[in-house]
Ligand binder design. Structure first.
Ligand code: FES
Length: 261
C-alpha cells in the first residue's frame, strides 16, 4: 500500500521518526550522564535534545497522520494497530513536552525527570515496535510491484448515479489493478486475461487491501495472509478467509470502462 506522504515512493514518516527517537533517547542518556558526571553541560544538552525531540516528533507525526487516514486500510487489523501506535506516540510526546517545561523550573527533581524520560522512552519503544509491524507485516507504505502489475494507480469519484465511467481500457494491463474511491467506498478495478472485473478492496479475513495484492488467473491474493478470491464470483478459493468478497459488473464501451455499483 503505497504511502500518501512520500518522496519518490519513499514514505516520509519512517524517515522522519529517526530524529525524535535519537533525540529523546539522547535526552535520557545525556541527563543520566550529566548527573553521574556532575556535568552541567551534559544537563544543558539534555534540555536541548528534549526540545529537538519535540520538534522532530511533531514533524514526523504529520506524514504519519496522513498515512493513518489515507493509506492504512479501513476496518482492518492494521487500522487498530495504527490507532494504538498513534495514541502511544501522542502520549509520549505530551510527556516530553511536560518534562521540557518542568526541567526549566528553578529546582526540578532530577529523579522525577529521569523517571519521566525513562517512561517516555519505553512508550516510544513499544510504539516503534508497532510501527515496525505496520510496515514489515502490514506493508503500510510499501510500493509493491508484482509481476506485470505496473505502477500503483488510484482514482477518486463522486458520482450521482450508480453507473459510472471509471477508466479507459488502456489504463490497465493484464493482471494489473487500480484502486477506486467512489463516494468513500474502496473498489478494485482489475484486468484479467478474460476481461475486466471489480470487487471490494477489503479482505474478509482481517481487512487487508486487495488492491495491494497480486492478481493472476482471475484470482486476487491478499498481501497479508495469502487468502485468495475469484475476481469474477467473489468466492474464496484459498483461506484463511472463509467469506467471499462483493463483486461488481464492469462493461466495456467505446474504449471506456463502466462500473455498476
Ligand atoms: S487479511 Fe488475512 S488474508 Fe487477507
Amino acid at each position: 500500500m503505497k504511502s500518501k506522504a512520500h518522496f519518490k515512493s519513499h514514505p516520509l514518516h519512517p524517515i522522519l521518526i529517526s530524529f525524535p527517537i535519537a533525540f529523546f533517547i539522547g535526552t535520557l542518556i545525556s541527563h543520566a550522564g550529566g548527573l553521574y558526571l556532575d556535568n552541567e553541560e551534559w544537563l544543558t544538552t539534555a534540555t536541548w535534545l528534549n526540545a529537538a525531540g519535540i520538534i522532530g516528533a511533531v514533524l514526523a507525526a504529520v506524514p504519519g497522520f496522513i498515512d493513518y487516514l489515507y493509506t492504512v486500510p479501513p476496518r482492518s487489523s492494521a487500522k487498530k494497530r495504527a490507532s494504538l501506535h498513534g495514541l502511544l506516540n501522542t502520549s509520549m510526546l505530551v510527556l516530553f513536552v511536560l518534562l521540557f517545561y518542568y526541567r526549566r523550573q528553578a529546582m526540578p527533581s532530577q529523579l522525577f525527570l529521569l523517571t519521566g524520560e525513562l517512561i517516555g522512552v519505553v512508550i516510544m519503544t513499544i510504539a516503534g515496535w508497532m510501527g515496525g509491524t505496520l510496515v514489515h507485516r502490514n506493508q503500510i507504505g510499501i510500493d509493491m510491484r508484482y509481476a506485470n502489475a505496473g505502477k500503483w494507480q488510484e482514482a477518486y469519484f463522486s458520482p450521482d448515479s450508480s453507473t459510472l465511467e471509471v477508466a479507459d481500457t488502456s489504463d490497465l494491463k493484464v493482471n494489473a489493478m487500480m484502486l477506486l474511491h467512489i463516494n468513500g467506498k474502496r473498489i478494485v478495478l482489475a484486468r484479467t486475461e478474460e476481461g475486466y472485473a471489480a470487487f471490494d478492496d477489503h479482505c474478509t479475513h482481517r481487512g487487508g487491501s486487495l488492491a495491494g495484492g497480486s492478481l493472476i488467473c482471475e484470482t486476487v491474493q491478499c498481501p497479508w495472509h495469502g487468502s485468495q478470491f475469484s475476481v469474477k464470483t467473489g468466492e474464496v478459493t484459498a483461506g484463511p478467509a472463509n467469506m467471499g468478497i462483493t463483486t461488481y459488473p464492469v462493461t466495456e464501451k467505446n474504449g471506456k470502462l463502466w462500473l455498476k455499483l
